[in-house]
Design a protein around this ligand. Structure first.
Ligand code: TEU
Length: 569
């Protein structure tokens, strides 16, 4: 138990700097704003902060398009501010993870402007340049080198008029993909990473790191949207990705890996691949973010065509990942981040049962084996934005999706707005609700994205004042992980896999056992666990360690959205 890595007991908190706290009234969050809120993080008790990108950037994708990896964007502050943030976190016993976005750069990065300067540029091969499809003229419809559909709509290829060649961008046209086949690219990235570690950061969250290796023959994919095809099999967990990550480990982390945390963001990753990424013996990364559970409510038309979650699907997914990474590798546990809608609105009930459902879902997640991630505002039970007009949205994915759907499909405005309201990334990006004042204490100016009007009730000040709040429930969950080795390291067993209402499992370590039972519904429910968890003499499950409801309730009956963590007597 003592030998287990420190991050098995840790909880990570994600900050999306644009929306966390503004210090200078320009309506955009910044580093000095974060520094002013460090006591909130201390009070919550988190161990690590993952900071979404603050590097110099044209902000086409809110900082995931980087034009200088070794400087801070003026809208967020200065390198000196960042040094102060690192020091402030370290003083309070917290670590800092930087977001590492190296599948692509901004098209305004000097590497790309050099590469674009012409076919003879020494950096031409740092990106993916290709001529038009054989026999076709540059710019002719269908002349793109592959039919791949971009994550942000349209083609993954943009024509450069000057050279008549196309460059690859899996995301926006302002995010050209780096060519990791080129060893100079890899060495430049490793040097940058060493520079940050030497400056005092404690690790990286690696953006779409499982997309960095492409099949160099660039085959077309099956058509999925109009004329566009799905290229993902040709760049997801690609042919050389494990080789690159092992090289990165040798070149960057060797000798200091123990104090660091590395987490790969890996959309589309399979369990089999995740085992390879996270098996400590392979020296790649400590853990990855998998996407299966956040795809369970995607409908036939994709993420903007959502369908209700079936609880049995969630159990099948989490159960498989718990079992699959039990003896090698490690899970990341998350509901929310800056790309996902708010869980209380998505899988909970953000009306009548907002508080209870936020606490129940947090309990369900945090008691699994793995490292939990809390996204800013999740600890307050913040909800989706509930926007009703197109002009309220800012996110490039949402804006481009609407434009494309209008040309390729017959979707009505009402249908498009419903899709965005449920799934837009802007749901997670509304400013953090600090108090009940105008703009929720986020800014004295005009916020870049509207503050949710429910901040008059849902805010950090109110949450911190109430011992029964979503905030204090998260604080207790974090405390429990720190204190209890069963939570950090115990074996996982799923119970009631066929039940559509109750999510239940046990964790066990060295004869000590915990039961987690969660009512994932607004209806009361008597729960019979049979032989899986024999009842104690008083007819109950054992000693309550942590629960969503202050008063005891029936011994084996759960109220709407009630969750209990119980220790075997
Ligand atoms: O996201 C990658 C990713 O695959 C998604 O979660 C993405 O948001 C997708 O569009 C969902 O439909 C990462 C970042 O987290 C995201 O914010 C960036 O936009 C993206 O990479 C490009 O850097």
């Amino acid at each position: 138990v003592e030998d287990a890595p420190w991050w098995t007991r840790a909880v990570v908190y994600q900050i999306y700097p644009r929306s966390f706290q503004d210090s200078d009234g320009d309506g955009v969050g910044d580093l000095r704003g974060i520094i002013s809120r460090l006591d909130h993080l201390s009070a919550l008790g988190v161990d690590v902060v993952w900071l979404s990108p603050i590097y110099r950037s044209p902000q086409d994708d809110n900082g995931y398009d980087i034009s200088d990896y070794q400087d801070v964007d003026p809208s967020f502050g200065t390198l000196a501010d960042l040094d102060e943030l690192i020091a402030g976190l370290h003083e309070r016993g917290m670590k800092l993870l930087m977001d590492l976005v190296v599948n692509h750069t901004s098209d305004e990065h000097p590497w790309f402007t050099e590469s674009r300067s012409g076919p003879d540029s020494p950096k031409r091969d740092w990106y993916w340049w290709r001529p038009p499809r054989a026999g076709m003229a540059p710019g002719q419809p269908g002349a793109e080198p592959t039919n791949w559909h971009s994550f942000f709509s349209g083609s993954t290829w943009e024509l450069d008029e000057a050279s008549g060649e196309y460059y690859l961008h899996l995301f926006s046209r302002k995010q050209p993909d780096l060519n990791w086949e080129n060893p100079e690219v890899r060495q430049a990235v490793y040097a940058m990473m060493r520079w940050w570690l030497d400056r005092g950061v404690d690790g990286f969250r690696m953006d779409v790191i499982n997309l960095i290796s492409k099949d160099t023959t660039l085959p077309d994919g099956p058509v999925v949207a109009g004329v566009w095809g799905d290229g993902s099999p040709h760049y997801t967990d690609g042919p050389r990705v494990h080789e690159y990550l092992q090289e990165m480990h040798r070149e960057v982390f060797e000798g200091r890996a123990d104090r660091l945390l590395t987490v790969g963001e890996t959309p589309g990753v399979t369990l089999e691949e995740a085992r390879k990424y996270t098996d400590p013996a392979r020296r790649e990364v400590d853990m990855v973010f998998q996407f299966e559970h956040v795809g369970l409510d995607h409908g036939p038309g994709g993420k903007f065509d959502p369908k209700p979650l079936r609880l049995t699907d969630l159990k099948a997914t989490f159960g498989r990942w718990q079992a699959g990474l039990a003896d090698a590798g490690w899970n990341s546990l998350y509901w929310d981040n800056h790309d996902q809608p708010r869980v209380v609105s998505r899988f909970g009930d953000d009306g009548e049962h907002r508080r209870a459902s936020a606490k129940a879902l947090a309990t369900l997640l945090h008691l699994h084996r793995g490292t939990p991630y809390v996204y800013q505002g999740e600890e307050l039970g913040m909800t989706n934005a509930h926007f009703t007009r197109f002009d309220q949205y800012r996110d490039i994915e949402s804006v481009n999706h609407v434009a494309q759907a209008r040309t390729l499909t017959s979707a009505t405005d009402e249908q498009l707005l419903a899709g965005l309201a449920a799934m837009s990334r802007d749901n997670a990006r509304t400013p953090v609700q600090w108090d009940a004042s105008p703009h929720a204490g986020f800014t004295t100016g005009t916020p870049w994205l509207a503050v949710n009007p429910n901040h008059v009730e849902v805010n950090a000040e109110a949450e911190r004042a109430d011992p029964d709040s979503v905030f204090h429930h998260h604080r207790r969950l974090i405390e429990l992980r720190h204190a209890d080795p069963v939570v950090a390291l115990g074996d996982f067993t799923m119970l009631l896999p066929e039940d559509e209402q109750v999510y239940a499992y046990t964790r066990a370590l060295d004869g000590d056992a915990l039961l987690v039972v969660v009512n994932v519904s607004g209806e009361e429910r008597a729960v019979d666990l049979g032989d899986a968890w024999p009842l104690a003499h008083d007819g109950g499950w054992g000693d309550l360690v942590l629960g969503t409801h202050a008063d005891a309730g029936g011994p084996t009956t759960l109220r709407p959205w009630e969750a209990r963590v119980v220790r075997r007597r």
